[in-house]
Design a protein around this ligand. Structure first.
Ligand SMILES: NC(=O)c1ccc[n+]([C@@H]2O[C@H](COP(=O)([O-])OP(=O)(O)OC[C@H]3O[C@@H](n4cnc5c(N)ncnc54)[C@H](O)[C@@H]3O)[C@@H](O)[C@H]2O)c1
Length: 252
């Protein structure tokens, strides 16, 4: 799976799934734009890529903001001459609570970060992908988009919107040879948990979750990175509108 001469943007690349994905694209030959609201994290990812002999820049982006997303696409095109792959990964959860206990601010933060960000990304990246003659967009949804659980309703709904947007935009963009797919990961002990108010899973909670997974572990960032890089690759040239579960079989 080669991404030589390709340019990949990864949002939320300063941590977790995004950092692993950015590094894997670089290892497969892509020039990588590591974007995050946390510039330190993005810089660490870009530095690790450069140290390994790859090519990367770090860009500070708040994916909720139109101007930031426009600037991200412009930075990628200025530095690397265009874009081929966009991974919309930046996202967060809300504190574990029933929906009627969430504030408007909780709701808006989750929807703006997880869902509106993809509107901005599509709006500004697609013209550049069309200029290149095609490309791939991979969105990070969640298993919660398909199988919501209690205490995460707004989060699950925001990812449900990501899943529907993925399929709808895939249908719109196929004529431009732009494929649009999503991954739906199961829980992973990344920075994400902190956004739900859980600093660290207790051993008991982890064991309970693992016991529900046929492959008997939680998601690792490499699982998500492998799935994203595959969906963006030429090997997936006939796949679009796919919502790929990365869940160790839990959905079965
Ligand atoms: N970890 C899980 O259990 C899990 C499961 C399913 C889906 N997801 C999704 O995976 C994606 C990546 O999460 P992760 O698990 O790697 O968590 P993470 O917290 O380790 O990484 C998320 C990154 O997104 C960045 N970010 C947050 N808000 C941003 C904003 N407004 N603009 C730009 N960057 C922003 C953070 O700074 C962080 O670096 C998210 O969309 C998340 O919803 C996570």
């Amino acid at each position: 799976m080669s991404f030589d001469n390709k340019v990949a943007i990864v949002t939320g690349a300063g941590s977790g799934f995004g950092a692993a994905t950015a590094r894997l694209f670089a290892a497969r030959g892509a020039a990588v734009v590591a974007s995050d609201i946390n510039l330190d994290g993005a810089e660490q990812t870009a530095a690790a890529i450069e140290q390994a002999g790859g090519s990367a820049i770090a860009v500070k982006t708040d994916v909720r903001r139109s101007e930031d997303m426009q600037a991200l696409i412009a930075a990628a095109c200025d530095r690397f001459g265009g874009i081929d792959v966009v991974v919309n990964n930046a996202g967060l959860g809300h504190r574990a609570a029933p929906m009627h206990e969430l504030s408007e601010a909780d709701y808006d933060l989750v929807f703006d970060t997880n869902t509106k960000s993809i509107f901005w990304s599509v709006k500004y990246a697609v013209p550049k992908l069309i200029e290149r003659g095609g490309g791939a967009i991979v969105n990070v949804a969640s298993i919660g988009a398909k199988r919501p659980r209690p205490l995460g309703a707004a989060y699950n709904a925001s990812k449900g919107a990501v899943a529907t947007m993925t399929r709808a935009v895939a249908a719109e963009l196929a004529r431009h040879k732009i494929r649009v797919n999503a991954v739906c990961p199961l829980a992973s002990e990344t920075g994400f948990f902190k956004t739900t108010g859980i600093e660290k899973l207790s051993d008991k909670a982890r064991e309970r979750m693992i016991n529900e997974v046929p492959l008997r572990r939680l998601t690792e960032p490499r699982d998500v990175a492998n799935a994203i890089v595959f969906l963006a690759s030429e090997q997936a040239e006939f796949l679009t509108g796919i919502l790929l579960d990365v869940d160790g079989g839990k959905g079965i």
